[in-house]
Design a binder for this molecule. Structure first.
Ligand code: GLN
Ligand code: ZN
Length: 761
């Protein structure tokens, strides 16, 4: 019985790659220094898997930025604006595409399926001249071989690569991405030939787009591509790997009939239905790579449960054709539990990061071949049992309260236009009211204060005073700028999810559980392990204090339940919606306390609502239903005069606009400035919309300071589509990553633009 790993984190256990990359980008170290760190990481990862007993060890899953841009480099698909003159692509062109350079901005980045990982989107058009321009896959294969480790080189499959691309500027409407298939296959053939020559016996093509809702012409492209590659692939074992969801029945048929392919990999954690397809229609004589160890979370595998799935599969494919695997690349989980010094023993026994997951894969494979490590399995069973019945996990009252939510809709009693009238009477705001979205610049000094407080180097009083002083500054600045609805600036928060997670029960935090988000960036998601409740108010004293400093309305600032859920590692022992409802109830308590403390405007951020959207259309309605319901639960009980805002960090919600409206917030602020007014087109098409709306009037992700005219022009365009009385004027997102030298003039111009337009109404 063999074992396989789809892919492995590349950052290193202590984010070595991040630091090496950033130091290289800053000009503080050489290309050789960077390459040395990278080679050490690759070699230690391969050795670790070899030591764990993994048979099929992946190579070419390392990347200096991301695996999609690596494929773009392999194919020489460099957009002309980067002035590449052919030859092997080096760091300069590669990082220019990924990050931009002094004269050309970076290529677009987008989310990798429904993960929090982002890739650089290939730009294709009729003029792209493909050529074999990065030999990385072969070099890495040889590098491992020189270390005595025979690996499975991993490539993004040709069809998924094309389907994940976008047409270049100017040919958006006319260019068919799949029309490049005939041009890229010859390069794939060259790569395959070199890999064979170097001694590879297996090759893995990742074709994760097979889990999406594909059209039949897209499915046909798979058949065509692998038929084309068949002769090149002969003599090699070929694995086509899928992940992140069920493979739909139609796609399953296409996939398992591909020419030249000897093995198929499936995510059996998210793909319970695929399991059924395998049982009735898996082709005889082929290898089944069964992804039973979850690459998307940090929980220890339930080995006994996995074992019984695997045993059932043996009867389908036979013992020698079953390979135990991970559900997807382990790059979406944290690296090594060994580095967690602050988690207690019991908590650690419930967890497995990438390093532990490869051990689980191997243990399962061994158990199936009759070499079960009894001690390992017993310890695992004991941990599973303790997690099931631990009083740390279960809170009966919370379970009951969440269960009681079902069946009811949780809507505010009055409709939104009547509420807006009642709120206007109380708040007395000018037309085109101005506001910001929460955070103000986070200075080094602020970070130091928070760090020292956490480390108990300063007293609670000293900390509170420092934060209060910061709030006072932020309030004063906003009054000077003449902003209408103020914020306290969030100086007490390091992160909009962590801040709440730290104060809620049911959460734990790692010290080193980083997961790559894009390039050198990593996030450290909290772990939701138990029933969630709010022991005491979390933001009320800061918001109430801030309100005492001004006569203008002060917005309370909360993170919504869906965003807290989507940016955490969620528990896998109950459905996600149950966890979300529990968080919703905790946030509801906070909303009610804020209202009692005299806060009349409360913003509940749902920055990540869209991120949880399932990949398959058939599952989206259910998700949107409970996600939107969770949001409503948080604020359904407030008075008409309390104004509920929400904020979203994306603008591509043309497809989910009805759910956004169904959230029934009084005011929604949304990212808008980077999206060529995609958003306004929804309203132009006549979507009925009565709530307040604040499409961001300038991009806070850039240091550029927008002029008054430019902002006024943007707002005028919005006024042409939206009713004057519902429009708000605000930036795109929070200001925490900006400097005061940027924020002050930008906000000054924003307020001036609003005032200018008011005189013209
Ligand atoms: N209130 C948050 C802030 O201003 C919102 C951030 C976000 O949407 N990502 O920082
Ligand atoms: Zn935002």
């Amino acid at each position: 019985m063999a074992s396989h790993v789809v892919g492995y984190p590349r950052m290193g256990p202590n984010r070595e790659l991040k630091f090496a990359l950033e130091s290289f980008w800053d000009g503080k170290s050489s290309a050789e220094d960077l390459q040395k760190v990278a080679a050490e990481l690759r070699s230690s990862t391969w050795k670790q898997m070899a030591d764990a007993g993994i048979k099929y060890i992946p190579s070419n899953t390392f990347s200096y930025y991301d695996q999609v841009i690596d494929t773009t480099a392999m194919l020489g698909a460099v957009p002309p604006r980067y002035n590449w003159n052919g030859g092997e692509i080096g760091f300069h062109v590669y990082f220019s595409m990924a990050r931009g350079n002094a004269s050309v901005p970076a290529m677009e980045m987008t989310k990798w399926f429904d993960t929090n990982y982002h890739f650089i989107v290939p730009e294709l058009g009729p003029d792209v001249k493909f050529s074999y321009a990065s030999h990385k896959a072969v070099t890495e294969y040889k590098e491992a071989k020189a270390l005595g480790i025979d690996t499975v080189p991993v490539l993004i499959g040709p069809v998924s690569y094309l389907l994940l691309s976008k047409p270049a500027k100017g040919v958006e409407k006319t260019f068919s991405l799949l029309s490049s298939l005939g041009k890229i296959l010859p390069i794939y053939r060259e790569v395959i030939a070199e890999l064979k020559e170097a001694g590879a016996t297996w090759i893995q093509f990742d074709e994760p787009t097979l889990v999406m809702d594909l059209e039949s012409y897209e499915l046909e492209a798979f058949t065509e591509a692998y038929a084309e590659l068949e002769s090149s692939l002969s003599g090699l074992n070929v694995l086509v790997e899928t992940y992140f969801a069920d493979v739909p029945a139609e796609a399953f048929k296409v996939l398992t009939s591909l020419k030249g392919v000897t093995g198929f990999g499936f995510d059996l954690v998210r793909g319970a239905q695929t399991l059924e397809l395998i049982k009735i229609g898996f082709p005889a004589g082929k290898y089944l790579f069964a992804g039973v160890v979850d690459g998307r979370n940090i929980w220890a595998n339930d080995l006994a449960a996995s074992l019984s799935i695997l045993e059932a599969l043996i009867s389908v494919v036979g013992k020698d054709k079953l390979v135990v695997s991970t559900s997807c690349s382990l790059m979406h989980t944290s690296v090594d539990l060994v580095n967690e010094t602050k988690l207690d023993k019991e908590m650690k026994s419930w967890l497995a990061f990438a390093a532990q997951k490869i051990v689980e894969v191997d243990a399962l494979a061994k158990a199936l071949s009759g070499q079960k490590d009894q001690a390992f399995f017993s310890a695992n069973a004991a941990a599973q049992a303790s997690r099931k019945c631990s009083p740390r996990v279960t809170n009966e009252a919370v379970q009951k309260a969440a269960a009681d939510l079902m069946g009811s809709d949780h809507r505010r009693l009055t409709n939104v236009s009547a509420r807006l009238d009642a709120q206007q009477k109380k708040l007395d705001l000018p037309v085109l009211p101005t506001t910001t979205l929460g955070s103000f610049p986070q200075t080094i000094e602020l970070r130091r204060v928070r760090r020292e407080y956490k480390a108990k180097k300063i007293t609670e009083d000293e900390y509170t005073n420092a934060i209060k002083e910061e709030i006072r500054k932020v309030v004063k600045l906003q009054e000077e700028l003449d902003i209408d609805v103020l914020v306290h600036g969030e100086p007490e928060r390091n992160d909009m999810v962590e801040y709440f997670g730290e104060q809620l029960s049911g959460f734990v935090f790692t010290v080193n559980g980083w997961v790559q988000s894009y390039g050198s960036r990593c996030v450290k998601p909290p772990i939701i392990f138990g029933d969630v409740s709010r022991p005491s108010p979390m933001t009320v004293s800061w918001s109430a204090t801030a309100q005492t400093m001004t006569a203008r309305p002060m917005k309370g600032m909360l993170t919504g339940p869906v965003t807290i859920l989507n940016w955490s590692f969620a528990r896998n022992d109950q459905p996600r919606f149950e966890t979300c409802y529990q968080i919703a109830l905790a946030i509801k308590d906070e909303v009610e306390d804020l209202e009692k403390a005299g806060i009349n405007v409360i913003q509940i951020d749902e920055a990540a609502l869209r991120e949880g959207l399932p990949l398959r259309k058939s599952e989206q309605a259910f998700y949107l239903d409970w996600a939107v319901h969770s949001f409503r639960i948080t604020n359904c009980s407030v008075q008409d005069t309390t104004q509920i805002h929400t904020h979203m960090c994306y603008s591509n919600f043309n497809d989910i606009i009805h759910s956004i409206i169904d959230m029934d917030a009084d005011v929604i602020s949304i990212e808008n400035s980077r999206s060529d007014e995609k958003l306004l087109s929804v309203f132009r098409e006549g979507v009925k919309y009565g709530a307040g709306i604040g499409p961001g009037v300038y991009d806070i992700h850039s240091p550029r300071i927008p002029s008054t005219e430019e902002i006024a022009d943007r707002v005028s365009k919005m006024l042409a589509v939206l009713e004057t009385k519902i429009l708000w004027v605000n930036p795109d997102c929070g200001l925490k990553t900006r400097k005061y030298s940027e924020v002050k003039p930008a906000l000054k111009n924003m307020v001036a633009a609003a005032k200018l337009l008011r005189t013209q109404l």
